[in-house]
Design a protein around this ligand. Structure first.
Ligand code: ZN
Length: 151
C-alpha cells in the first residue's frame, strides 16, 4: 500500500539526506533542478591514488515520459585507463523530487552493498559478471537462489 502524497511529504520532512541536510521538498527540488541543468550529472570522488565509486545521473526516457536514471559504477582510481567501468547498479525513477529521493535511497543501499565486494560466484563466469551482493546474503540474489536449490 502506498501512502498518500501529503503523508509522504510529512514523512520526508523528517528524513535527512545527510547530517544537517533534511530531505525537504525544497532541498530535493533544488537538487533536481541542478541535475536537470547538467543533463549528465557526475559524482566523482576518486583520486589518482584512492579508488571510489562513481554515480552518474541522467535524464533518459522519452520527451513524453522522461526518466531519472541513476547509475553506480565500481570503484576506480582517477585516470584508470583500463576497460570501461561497468554499471553495477541502476535505478530508474520518475523525474520528480520523490523519484530523486527514492533513487538516492536505492543508490545509498547499492553503495553499501558494493562496499562488501561483488558476487564472487559471478566473477567466475566466462566472461566474468559484476553483480552486487544482495542485502544480507553472501552472493547476488540469482546465485543465492541457485545455491538454495543446491545448484
Ligand atoms: Zn552472483
Amino acid at each position: 500500500m502506498s501512502l498518500p502524497a501529503e503523508v509522504r511529504a510529512v514523512v520526508s520532512s523528517y528524513l535527512e539526506l545527510a547530517p544537517g541536510l533534511p530531505a525537504t521538498e525544497r532541498n530535493l527540488a533544488a537538487m533536481l533542478k541542478r541535475i536537470e541543468e547538467f543533463g549528465n550529472y557526475r559524482i566523482l570522488h576518486a583520486t589518482a591514488t584512492v579508488a571510489a565509486s562513481t554515480v552518474i545521473i541522467n535524464i533518459g526516457g522519452t520527451k513524453k515520459r522522461p526518466v531519472l536514471v541513476l547509475d553506480v559504477f565500481e570503484a576506480r582510481v582517477r585516470g584508470d585507463l583500463g576497460p570501461s567501468p561497468v554499471t553495477v547498479f541502476r535505478s530508474a525513477q520518475p523525474v520528480t523530487t520523490q523519484g530523486l529521493l527514492t533513487g538516492m535511497v536505492e543508490v545509498k543501499d547499492a553503495l553499501a552493498r558494493l562496499s562488501r565486494g561483488l558476487c564472487e560466484r559471478c566473477a567466475l563466469e566466462q566472461p566474468p559478471l559484476k553483480r552486487l551482493k544482495a542485502t544480507g546474503m553472501p552472493s547476488c540474489i540469482d546465485c543465492a537462489i541457485s545455491s538454495a536449490f543446491g545448484l
